[in-house]
Design a protein around this ligand. Structure first.
Ligand code: ATP
Ligand code: MG
Length: 266
């Protein structure tokens, strides 16, 4: 059975229809695929930080994380959001197991840049932990907080975490977010390669949280992940459409397929 890492954006968690959880549990129950969920929690963390009077700053779509802010991140991600997804999946008849990258040191990180504070990039994924959850027939639900070699906790961008986990397991990768895909003046880019992505980033057509999403997706593709796509999670039927090979959302492609990038506009 193929394994698919679904990254659920914090952008959609509040508005995610029950059908989305239903589709994921059905895919699992019927043996169509083995889902792994990695989630964000941006808006929840921002709201929590505001409520607690903790300042939030972003650089290139990445949150600056102080020790105080990391506490808020853990509250928002590993506690509230993670358990909310786990509960929803059980309510839809699924078997879900929530875990953060800190638990069992599932995700090992190293600090990216002291300017960003306690923000890490993943250097190791303990795949046997995830494999053991899969063997016991659970849907792992992973919160992207990681532990460094020196056992310091790091906030990890959820898109990067999902891509690292997909790479480590050689699983497929699907970003579920709040837009239909990568939008340009000509509509949705149904196929996106690294050259076009860089042009769109340089011209600021791709900005903010879309930057790490596109970069992690392309990096996963370069590291052998067979299929990477971005879908609108608020329209869960797009998941089945993608699995059925229909043209939906944005599919990440290698550079040599450049000729097909604008196929939909011709
Ligand atoms: N070219 C683009 N096409 C579509 N959306 C874009 C583009 N450039 C930037 N965006 C923004 O990226 C957002 C999606 O990324 P964002 O990081 O906000 O969501 P997420 O990753 O799903 O959630 P979270 O970061 O909380 O996990 C869109 O809502 C949109 O505002
Ligand atoms: Mg994001």
């Amino acid at each position: 059975m193929e394994t698919i890492v679904f990254k659920c954006g914090g952008s959609i968690l509040a508005s995610l229809p029950d059908e989305c959880y239903q589709i994921l549990t059905t895919l699992h129950r019927e043996g169509i695929c083995q889902p792994i969920i990695v989630h964000g929690g941006g808006p929840i963390i921002t709201a929590l930080a505001e409520g607690l009077g903790v300042q939030t700053q972003f650089v290139n779509g990445l949150r600056v994380t102080t020790a105080e802010h990391l506490d808020v991140v853990e509250m928002g991600l590993s506690a509230k959001t993670n358990k909310q997804i786990v509960q929803k999946l059980w309510q839809e008849g699924g078997k879900a197991w929530g875990i953060s990258g800190v638990d069992a040191q599932l995700l090992t990180s190293e600090q990216i840049d002291p300017q960003l504070g306690l923000v890490g990039k993943i250097v190791q994924v303990k795949t046997p932990i995830i494999e053991s959850m899969l063997q016991q027939d659970y849907i792992p639900v992973i919160s992207p907080v990681a532990l460094s070699e020196s056992l310091e906790k790091h906030n990890v961008n959820a898109d990067e975490a999902a891509a690292s986990i997909a790479k480590a397991l050689q699983a497929k990768l699907c970003f579920l977010t709040d837009v239909d895909g990568v939008q340009t003046n000509d509509g949705i880019e149904h196929e996106l390669n690294a050259t076009v992505a860089q042009q769109l980033i340089d011209s600021e057509v791709i900005y903010g949280g879309m930057i790490p999403k596109v970069q992690s997706g392309l990096q996963a593709l370069n590291h052998g992940v067979e299929q990477v796509c971005m879908l609108n999670g608020t329209q869960p039927e797009s998941i089945s459409a993608w699995l059925n090979g229909e043209q939906v959302g944005t599919v990440f492609v290698h550079k040599q397929k450049e000729g097909s990038v604008h196929a939909t506009n011709s």
